[in-house]
Unconditional design. Sequence first.
Length: 219
Amino acid sequence: MDDIRDRLAHILWIGGGPRVGKTTLSRLLAGKWDLKIYNLDWHQVREHRNRPGGIPRSWDTLSMDARWLTPSPEELAERDAAGWTAGFALVVEDLLALPRSRIVVAEGPGVFPWCVASTIRSANQAIFLVPSVAFRDSVLARRARDVPVGQRMEDETSDPERARRNLRDRDVALGARVASSCAELGLRCVRVDGSLDLDDSLTLVEEHFRPYLPAIPNV
């Protein structure tokens, strides 16, 4: 495992709860400092499903009710955490194949502290952002404005309102699990409640990653 830590010493991780702005911050960070982005969600959906350890084929056979409505929020959180944890080996495999000449920021819903801890030499390589419920809801509302009613994921279930509640409570449960794991592992977890604007949030992440960023920004 020490070898893995050495070989992934150029990887910076941004994880945390859903609907917290990980992708937005990663894009800003990468643009400013000329970093490469590795988005776990993109690779899982488009590449990992065809590889051993990726999304199980049984997922495609589930109805939308079976995916988002029938399970309790706790079961949804456990299912998603277990699935991402099981697929983390594919993430590591991808990252090991990238050139080490450029810093990579890896972000997405599968960046869990219990997965990342064994791949880093310093706590400054990873930061986890957990939204307050109000902040999570405001982010989701902004995103929902771009998707017409009837075309959202939960609208394909037999009870969209209940599905939305399930997803909301799942997100809260995942955020609590991330925060608890960070406390146990000594990794940094930041509660995001909207008190910092985007520029200040970027500055916070930059200061955390400072030992690994280039000396001069790419702007």
